[in-house]
Design a protein around this ligand. Sequence first.
Ligand code: CTP
Length: 517
Amino acid sequence: MTTLIEDRMNRIAAWTAPGFEDLLTALLAQGRTLYVVGGNVRDFLLGEDDVINDLDLAMAAPVLDAARQAADAVGWAFYPLDAQRDVARLVQVEDGSERRICDIAALRGDLVDDLHTRDFTVNALAIVLAPNEAPRLLDVVGGVEDLSARRLRPFAEENLDADPVRLLRAVRFAHKFDLTIDAALADQIRRRAETLHSVSPERQRDELWKILGLTSPADALHTMHDLDLIAPVLPELTQTVGITQTPPHHLDVFGHTLLAMDYAAALRDWLHEQKDRLDPRLGELLAHHGTALRHHFAEPLSSGRSRADWLVWHALCHDWGKPATRSEEIDAQGTMRTRYFEHERVGATMTVERLTALRFSRREIQLAQTVVDAHMRPHHLHVSFEDEEIGRRAAFRFFRDTASGTNGEQTGVDVLLLALADYQATGATRGPGWPAYLAHADQLLSFAFQAETQVGPPLLNGSHLMRDLDLPPGPMIGRLLGQVQEAQAAGEIATPEEALDLARIVLAQTRALESDS
Ligand code: CTP
């Protein structure tokens, strides 16, 4: 039986990149030889090339003119990505968005030199495309053998020094393609862990983003921990290692965080309609609100980063405040219990600091801050409404108080999904309370999305209050409007007259209280 890789090797002469054919033909028509390099070749051999959006090519210098001519011939946009190093980017734009990207770099030295300096052997394979010749594979570093043996290996140890971000890339490739990091490579990585400090925050961010985008971010973070790679890039997470917790928690804060991240990743993948790994009951609940949820979470917050993707980051940060706030107390039964008062507030501040350092956008930081700060609220609501439905007023408050940013964007749903991941990661099993927790989540989602629970236009405004109640401008107006809005959301009032009556009562009560004190 031939393996997948052997089968792919046998089909190398028929290699194509769907969607890039015309462009490649236009480049070859100039009589130039092209080299497909990097991840495209690895992905072809692994059978992971169904859709190619990015193609990396190399060719002998000069590149820019040849690339421009080919782009003009097939109607792609041309950008001199790095004129000094002779690197071009060609982009196919369809319906206003970038559909396919082809980067063409001039070879530094000859092709073999170029391949020798790449990060890992599995990424140092090339497909040679010469005019009027069938494509052929070039493997000067033993990449095919390593790929077949599922082994991650730099061609030379020094290649890890050339660009320290490769230490993180090692973890990503190991987990994405199920490659082994053997003891020797692990040792080489550990010895260089501190060099990650020299990587720019943007590159740290982009690599971490890809790692957290894996199916199991927890597995990847366990590997990072084992290789001492967490401290240089996410020191707040390192501090959670060994911070013990009492039941219902079954793991230390670090273990719990990683598990919550995997539950968040399952939610993310469900939202992206990629994989369904959800607990069936949770899947059923979310399916009730599927369209609205997917619409909400599909929103891009920054280029290539959606709300759904952020769920895993929220899980990453949610308990960062625990190490600093941990205390122990003896409960009524004489059992020691760990407490973390205000950990969500402390954690929100730490989250802002780290995400700012990693150069995330203001909007993403604000969202994460709100979510981490509010992550205990669904748990508190669940406890306060034990055995009953969450009241509309409480639901309204939850969504009002968790609205984030200056435009008051809806963030309560993001908080709720984090809470669902958090709950599942607390305790070795979901426990008997899970159905009741899901029922409460269902009520909150219904409140968020169902038309009948949407609060209509305001029943009155500040000028009405000042005129009809003869009030001067001041904080009292805001207070009364807030009370009216809550009552309206709870369905207790529906007309301007009822709103005014309520405002009158609240005003009288407030004045009575003030004169008592
Ligand atoms: N490369 C490298 N060192 C880096 C980054 C990239 O040697 N720090 C080389 C590798 O040969 C890599 C290629 O450049 O395969 C393309 O890099 P990139 O697009 O970042 O990664 P891919 O391997 O293509 O994988 P993916 O697109 O999945 O990130």
